[in-house]
Design a protein around this ligand. Structure first.
Ligand code: CP
Length: 320
């Protein structure tokens, strides 16, 4: 079945969520909801991407994002080709620009790119006519994770308006934090970001800030968790920390780990989320990660539906 051109969705690429309007987000969620139900009920899914070629180009490790894009593409009938830096000609000195041009020449319709450098997805989109989806670039952005997180919260609360979300961890180096901050506040959430001052970007300290009226900065975990509806724990991004920002992981864990005791001040039945990969015993206790409050595995499941939705919208917009 040939996909119909989607008149509402205007985006050829997805580089970050700040390109999206509230209507765009609603469209992504609506379609994801349809796919989530189809997956749950083992309903047949129309092969809207039949004969399309999707390249999963991953220069950094990934479990969730890569596998869910592969599954999403295959469920929609696409040919999915996986390339990682270890098996690519990057090992022989090929540049990102050349790799993108090479993959584009193979009749690619969508390139899904994860890269260690912030700005890599934008750079790629400037060097190809193929649609680029950013699957995480350095500490810049992770739009499909932000849409997954917003979708997961929305499922519980119906809307993000006035929902108190507390994000705890290495905000400075986290691309999920950057995309989530934009996404969740755009959809109406009140956001508190919490962690050691050295792991919160300076611009946020200044910006108890008119530009981000719905973002509060808090270095005290107990205050940050008080009355939270949703808690998002973030991993220490040690691979991106150029200098030592905390004395040690165990010192960090003592002050900032999400534990059952710390959660007592949050709202009863709050949602506990984590984009993964998680380090139990550092940013989150094993007990909490495996408790009934945890939505961590649901986030993973929702990520498949969200990526199916995005693949359809982007492929359809390319007029194919
Ligand atoms: N959340 C996330 O990006 O996880 P992966 O690194 O496993 O893809």
């Amino acid at each position: 079945m040939q996909a119909k051109h989607n008149k509402t969705w205007k985006h050829k690429h997805l580089i970050d969520v700040d390109d999206l309007s509230i209507q765009d987000c609603s469209l992504v969620f609506q379609l994801a909801n349809k796919y989530e139900k189809a997956l749950k009920n083992k309903k047949s899914i129309s092969p809207i991407l039949k004969n399309s070629n999707i390249f999963n180009l991953f220069f950094e490790p990934s479990t969730r994002t890569r596998a869910s894009f592969e599954l999403a593409g295959k469920l929609l009938g696409a040919n999915v080709i996986n390339i990682t830096s270890e098996i690519s000609s990057v090992q022989k000195g090929e540049s990102l620009e050349d790799t993108i041009k090479t993959v584009s020449a193979m009749h690619s319709d969508i390139i899904i790119l994860r890269h260690q450098d912030s700005g890599a997805a934008t750079f790629a989109s400037m060097n190809t006519n193929t649609s680029i989806i950013n699957a995480g670039d350095g500490s810049h952005a992770h739009p499909t994770q932000a849409l997954t997180d917003a979708y997961t919260i929305r499922k519980r609360f119906k809307s993000l308006k006035n929902i108190n979300v507390t994000m705890v961890g290495d905000i400075e180096h986290s691309r999920v934090a950057r995309s989530d901050i934009w996404m969740l506040t755009k959809l109406g959430a009140n956001l508190t970001i919490c962690g050691p001052a050295s792991l919160i970007p300076k611009s946020f300290h200044k910006a108890q800030n008119s530009k981000l009226p719905h973002v509060q900065v808090q270095t005290n975990l107990k205050k940050a968790l008080t009355d939270a509806d949703v808690i998002i724990a973030l991993r220490m991004q040690t691979e991106r920390q150029k200098k030592k920002s905390i004395p040690s992981l165990s010192e960090y864990a003592k002050r900032y780990q999400i534990t059952k005791t710390n959660l007592q001040v949050a709202k009863k039945n709050c949602l506990l989320m984590h984009p993964g990969p998680k380090n139990e015993g550092v940013e989150i206790s094993r007990e909490v990660a495996n408790s009934s409050l945890s939505k961590i595995e649901e986030q993973v499941a929702n990520g498949v539906a969200i990526r199916m939705s995005l693949l359809q919208l982007i492929y359809t917009n390319s007029g194919k």
